[in-house]
Structure formats: C-alpha cells, structure tokens
Design a protein around this ligand. Structure first.
Ligand SMILES: NC(=O)c1ccc[n+]([C@@H]2O[C@H](COP(=O)([O-])OP(=O)(O)OC[C@H]3O[C@@H](n4cnc5c(N)ncnc54)[C@H](O)[C@@H]3O)[C@@H](O)[C@H]2O)c1
Length: 336
C-alpha cells in the first residue's frame, strides 16, 4: 500500500487505552493531527502523556455515550472506545453495551457530520465459540446472546450492524476491522487477560493460573502488527470486515510455559476453572487482509513476548515507565 498523505486529522475514540494509545502514537509520528477522545474508564491519560505537546495532538475527556462534538474538521474517525478485557466488561456490562451501541451511534454521527471515513474496532469475539476453524470473515459466529460475555460480543455485533447500516443507507465511508487477541506494552498487569496475568505471575514467582486444562487455543498478535493492519484498512477504502491477527496459534498451557521460559521463572503452573462460554479455539484466516490490504503480521510471538516481558518488568519494578519503553532487559536470552 502506498503511504497516505501526511497531515490528516484523525479522531481516536478510546485513545487513552492500550490499542488506542499505540494508534495515537503511530499517527502522531507520521504527521497526522490527532484528537484522543476518552473517558478513562479502562484507559489512562498516562498512556498518551508523552504525546502532549506534540504538534496537532490533544486529549478530549468525554463519554462517547453522551453528546460528542469537536469544532475542527476531521478526515478519519477510529472508533476504539470500549472495555475489552473480560474482567472489565463483566464488571461494566451496561457501560460496555452502551458504548458499543449509543457510543458507536455518536461516533458514526461525528464521522457523518465531518464527512470523514469511519473505522470500527470490532473483534474476533463476534465469532463467539466458533464452530469453524480458522475463522474467516464470512463465518457468522456462535454467540450466546444471554451468556455473560454477550455484553461485549453482542455490543460489537450490533456495532458492526450499525456501521453497515450507515454505509448502506447514509452513504458513509466505513471500514470494519475484526481484531484478534493483541498484546504488548501498556496492557494493565491486572486487566485479567492471559498474557499480562502470566507475565505478572511469572515475574513475581507466583503460580501461573491456566484456566481449564489449558488445551483451548488463542492466536496472539503483537501490538505493532495490529496497529499496522488497522491503519492499512483505515488508509484505504476497504469496507471489511477484515480480520487482523496473527495466525500463529497456541494452547493456553503452551503460552504459559513459553512465558515461564522467557522470564526464566520457576513458577509452577496450576489449573483453575474456565469461565463460562470461553471460546475453545481462535485463529484468524488472514487471506483477505493479505489480498486487500497487503498486510501480514511480522513480529514472531517470542520476540513480541520478550518486549512485553521487559516492559512489564520495568513497570512492576518501579515508578511509571516513560513512553512505553522498557528500562532494562529481563527476558531470558534466546536459546541457541
Ligand atoms: N486488545 C485486544 O486484543 C482487542 C481485540 C479485539 C478488539 N479490540 C478492540 O479494540 C478497542 C480497544 O481495546 P483495548 O484492548 O485497547 O482496551 P482498553 O480498555 O485498554 O481501551 C479502551 C478505551 O476506551 C475507553 N472508553 C471506554 N468506554 C468509553 C466511553 N463511553 N467513552 C469514551 N471512552 C471510553 C477506555 O477508557 C479505554 O481508554 C476496543 O474497542 C476493543 O473491543 C481489542
């Protein structure tokens, strides 16, 4: 893909969260003006503090489910606001449904008012506990509408429907990206997702808590790759949905063992109850992303996990880490 013209004006909703902050950073680096909109429900202004003062960057504290307006012109709206970790959305069920529904309507309204392209951060969770493997974009999924995870899964499915309706009946330029499990610096150590949990436990010498028998699989994508995939979709005209994720699939037990090895930890692995409706398998078919966006993940899991471990070690060891950079290397040296 050719690089976009620099100097575009971009709104990132949820811009102070894990993925949103990496997007803001990448956009600022390439010369775009960025408005980061967030209510800091699960995000942290500290995630983008290093961008304050950079040309064109500003933070607007607002709740997307309330009235949303900014005075300046906008070329692109990246709608990333939503709790995303199961621990968060199970604690915030109504807020999650509201930001996926009302918040998405408001973000679409903002894009329409500004005649901007709109990109929805959807999720592999729209596939639910999938009956087809790997998951291709034309699979409709297997979601329990009244299960505990439905507050997130159904909110995103509804957000996809809203986005499609605005495209078809209002002529809005839209794109939908279905993001698979992404990891990297700036995840919260206690957000309940597997990678921060295992890293935190391994670094503290505590047992690594694997759910079920650990045979369930996930495919994990390093944040830089996900950001590149999202921007490849945002910079073009592709409507999607397009899967963005790394097809490198592993069992949860395998992931725990890898993190234990990379941290040089001798923590034991223990097994705890598996959450209700936890998907058994997860792997993206990324053919469409390759064909339409020329996108491929580039960071192998071992390299991405080492970077993430080093970042967490610095975070857990002392005061705030500046601009997401690790201060020292702790991951065990590569074998061979
Ligand atoms: N991280 C992943 O692996 C992953 C995978 C699939 C999809 N996604 C999607 O990407 C987006 C970001 O995920 P994340 O992992 O960075 O989560 P996150 O919790 O770190 O970030 C979400 C951000 O949205 C903000 N937010 C929530 N409700 C809001 C509201 N009503 N108004 C304004 N801001 C609000 C939060 O404060 C937070 O900063 C989400 O939409 C999520 O569904 C993430």
């Amino acid at each position: 893909m050719s690089a976009p013209e620099p100097g575009r004006r971009v709104v990132v909703t949820g811009g102070a969260g894990f993925l949103g902050s990496h997007l803001c950073e990448r956009l600022v680096e390439r010369g775009d003006a960025v408005v980061c909109m967030d209510n800091f429900l699960t995000g942290d202004p500290g995630n983008v503090a290093h961008l304050i003062g950079r040309p064109g960057f500003r933070i607007v504290e607002c709740d997307l489910t309330e009235f949303v307006h900014i005075p300046e012109p906008v070329d692109l709206v990246l709608h990333f606001a939503s709790a995303a970790s199961p621990l968060d959305y199970l604690k915030l069920p109504v807020e999650t449904l509201k930001v996926g529904g009302v918040g998405t309507l408001h973000a679409l309204g903002l894009a329409r008012e500004k005649d901007a392209r709109f990109v929805l951060a959807s999720t592999s969770e729209v596939y639910g506990d999938p009956l087809r493997h790997p998951q291709r974009e034309d699979y409709w999924g297997n979601v329990n509408p009244v299960g505990p995870r439905s507050v997130y899964d159904e909110a995103k499915r509804y957000a996809e429907a809203l986005t499609t309706a605005y495209r078809n009946s209002r002529g809005l330029d839209t794109g939908i990206v279905r993001i698979f499990n992404t990891y990297g610096p700036r995840m919260r150590p206690h957000d309940g997702r597997a990678i921060p949990t295992f890293i935190r436990q391994a670094l503290a010498g505590e047992p690594l808590t694997v759910t079920g028998d650990g045979s369930q699989t996930r495919s994990i994508c390093y944040v830089d790759d996900t950001v590149a995939g999202v921007l490849a979709l945002a910079d073009g005209a592709e409507p999607g949905p397009v899967n963005i994720g790394n097809p490198e699939e592993m069992t949860m037990l395998g992931l725990a063992e890898t993190i234990r090895t990379l941290t040089g930890s001798d923590s034991e692995i223990v097994f705890i109850d598996r959450p209700a409706d936890d998907p058994g398998v997860r792997r993206p078919d990324t053919t469409l992303a390759a064909q339409r966006l020329g996108w491929h993940p580039r960071v192998p899991s071992e390299r991405g996990l080492r970077r993430t471990i080093d970042w967490f070690a610095a975070l857990l060891e002392g005061p705030a880490v500046p601009a997401g950079r690790p201060r020292r290397r702790v991951s065990a040296p590569a074998a061979g």
